[in-house]
Design a binder for this molecule. Structure first.
Ligand SMILES: Cc1ncc(COP(=O)(O)O)c(C=O)c1O
Length: 397
């Protein structure tokens, strides 16, 4: 049991030491007079990650699912219609949550492996002259299939002609890892969670809310209490919370934001893209296919890989776990047994991707899937060698 267990699931992700250390502090007085000196800059910096100046970001002690619930219950009323493309387990679960809150879901069922169908969204919105659709809900990065959708394209669909529906985005496995621009793309509610790109333990849901969505919250009738934006607005303005905040996680969030902002968000996105390309080249070298059906859907945070007919992807995951001490993501729901997933989100680098690919190769071979050992690793290495920033040996120690 020596060494580290390889954690290559798409969340929870690998925590940087600085984040862990930042949380190794005594519990503190959440009503202390100097607590706002910590929280107010935290709220301000969180907005930078969501790329919003006009919106407000609320931090709930919850997982991402609570963020979904906060977004819809604060801005919609039972009976309201929402448009929701379903193309994986997480978009499916968000639709289910909406139904349980009494919303009417117009689900656009898309094959798993594809993303938001912009043409169908546009047609539906155009046809909705009475503006019955109150919100369009989009899963930016479908973690179950490794598919990223075009959120800016959905905003364009909402503008031809102009439709007043709110645009809500699930950014649980994209925000802080894949390019996301709340203000520029006209997103009204953006949901994220702490255990993915933010590199923290599970336990915080961040919900960014536009002025238009805050206005909608004044008349929305869905029952809410724990997730009520109004209570957050009242207390957050002075740096406090309506109930006991998860102070240790907030300390970790400070360290995480410091890391993300020091690297620079664009560099963070570029790093994820480069590493994901390495992973995808590795899969291509094995001769296996991705669940994502086209390059435009490729996710830079998770790669979902199809196993050939006659094999069970769960076996690959089990062998990887028990023989090689590494966790891969299983195929969920409709793609169970057919797909396994490699998470490359958050605190990751080249060597970790090579480690993941090497482990996958051994597990694939063990279950009888013919891959040449080292082939995927070599393809990724080649890519990393060609794309790594150059080092001037005379200038480094
Ligand atoms: C895209 C996406 N949305 C929502 C969720 C649900 O978040 P949580 O499990 O933190 O409640 C997940 C979890 O993996 C996810 O990947």
């Amino acid at each position: 049991m020596s060494g580290f267990h390889g954690l290559f699931i798409p969340g929870p992700t690998n925590m940087p030491f600085s984040v862990r250390q930042a949380m190794d502090v005594p519990l503190e007085d959440q009503r202390a007079p100097d607590f706002p000196a910590f929280t107010l800059p935290l709220f301000r910096d969180l907005k930078k990650v969501f790329r919003t100046e006009h919106g407000q970001v609320f931090v709930f002690p919850s997982s991402g699912t609570g963020g979904w619930e906060a977004a819809i219950t604060n801005t919609l009323s039972p009976g309201d219609k929402v448009l929701l493309p379903v193309f994986g387990q997480f978009s499916h679960l968000w639709a289910d949550l909406c139904r349980r809150h009494g919303l009417v879901v117009d689900a656009i069922d898309v094959g798993w492996g594809e993303g938001v169908p912009l043409d169908i969204c546009e047609q539906k919105l155009k046809a909705d002259r009475a503006h019955e659709i109150k919100a369009v809900l989009v899963c930016h990065n479908e973690t179950a299939t490794g598919v990223t959708s075009d959120v800016a394209g959905v905003r364009r669909a909402l503008q031809s002609p102009r439709h007043p529906a709110l645009l809500m985005v699930d950014g649980v496995s994209s925000i802080a890892s894949i390019d996301f621009r709340m203000d520029e793309w006209g997103v009204d509610l953006a949901v994220s969670g702490s255990q993915k790109g933010f590199m923290l333990p599970t336990g915080l849901a961040m919900v960014a809310v536009s002025p238009k969505a805050l206005e909608a919250a004044k008349t929305a009738k869905c029952p809410r209490c724990f997730f009520d934006f109004a209570d957050m607005i009242r207390t957050n303005k002075d740096g406090y919370f309506p109930y006991t905040p998860a102070t240790t996680l907030l300390r970790g969030l400070r360290a995480s934001l410091d890391m993300l902002l020091a690297e620079g968000l664009d560099n963070v996105f570029a790093r994820h893209h480069r590493l994901a390309e390495g992973a995808r080249l590795g899969v291509a070298a094995w001769g296996l296919s991705l669940c994502a059906k086209a390059p435009k859907w490729h996710s830079d945070t998770v790669t979902a890989i199809c196993v050939p007919k006659g094999f069970n992807s769960d076996d690959v995951v089990k062998v990887a776990y028990h023989r090689y001490r590494m966790s891969l993501g299983v195929g969920l729901s409709k793609v169970a047994g057919r797909v396994f997933r490699v998470g490359h989100i958050g605190n990751v680098n080249e060597i970790m991707i090579l480690q993941a690919l090497a482990g996958c190769e051994m597990a694939l071979r063990d279950v009888g899937i013919p891959v040449t050992l080292g082939s995927g690793v070599a393809a990724a290495q080649e890519h990393f060698c060609q794309t790594a920033p150059s080092v001037e040996l005379s200038k480094v120690a």
